[in-house]
Design a protein around this ligand. Sequence first.
Ligand code: SF4
Length: 393
Amino acid sequence: MPVPISQMWTVATYVLKQRLQGRKRYPLVLMLEPLFRCNLACAGCGKIQYPPHILKRQLTPAQCFKAVEECGAPMVSIPGGEPLLHPNIKEIVEGLVARRKYIYLCTNALLLKEKLEAGWFKPSKYLTFSVHMDGQEEHHDFAVCREGTYEKAVDGIRLAVKMGFRVTTNTTLFDGADPNSVRAFFDEMMALGVEGMMLSPGYAYEKAPDQKNFLKRQKTNELFEMILSNRKDGKQKWRFNQSPLFLEFLMGTRQYECTPWGMPTYNIFGWQKPCYLLQEGYVDTFSELIDETEWERYGHSSGNPKCANCMVHSGYEASAVNHTFASVGGMFATVKAMLFNTYANPAAKRRLDEEKAKPHGPVAHLVQLGIAADVVEKDGKRTVRLVESGSAA
Ligand code: SF4
């Protein structure tokens, strides 16, 4: 069982209570961003592009607790930036555990081993380290733009698992991802003993330097169908720490509309409208966020071009969870997806095999991004030119 029964029970009773109270919009997970600083500078990240005076700022523990109380969501995800760089992260985590919130501390794990050895955290059913892993070693190090990060993160995961902490991984997949390698990566994470894995396609942040490698909807479905169909059974079974209906949505067998209020974001600027991906302003209180945001302007069917290709988990996983608890059909579909999850699909298997012959990995990515190359011009002189996608060979 990837998610403990106590957590499932807490979420189920919370959702049912909201529905019985007739609340139309309620949060499931608070995305609490206590800082934007990071010890990595990934090409796909929209946070670390802020100027230095913003990167120096951080939420105080009191501000974090106030946001958590205001929001009322049963789960709190702490992304960033890198939360382990926050000088008060120990106090923040302890305060949230005391409030019985299920915390997902999202970390690149570069500092995890060091902090665990220093005794910063105690194992608890309320605390999960959600380690950012973008794939097998070569893919991960390339995606986060630094060698050695995979190995360091694995060291942190090993120690955390050994010490009895709950550990999951979170993986963002971009255009050009190698589905066979992703499947091998899942096996590696299972062998490390993590509780479960979380997946999401990437979103094209306006601030991110790499704007070319984000997935469009159809490509997203094709990629996830190849990755998630024909799963292994028995001991080698993959465990996912997220809604199985959301995974079916990624595979293209279900359609959902976005639920951006399901995972609201609070950071140093306030409550972010409408979701952590879009920069459409901030308000001071959670009530203002819920009451004053023009929610109909967002989501796939709204026609908003910024939402057109988005399928990220922060927008659509809450939709899947709501579906589970909204009807007998949703509950039945969830139980079925949990019990019968090998998803035999010969066509997806064929496409997966065809992918083996295609170029993937860092070299293919470098060609896509455009790289500076040493080129011999017609007059025989050597110059450095930017080589565009597909023309580097
Ligand atoms: S579709 Fe994506 S970008 Fe648009 S509101 Fe939902 S989560 Fe945000």
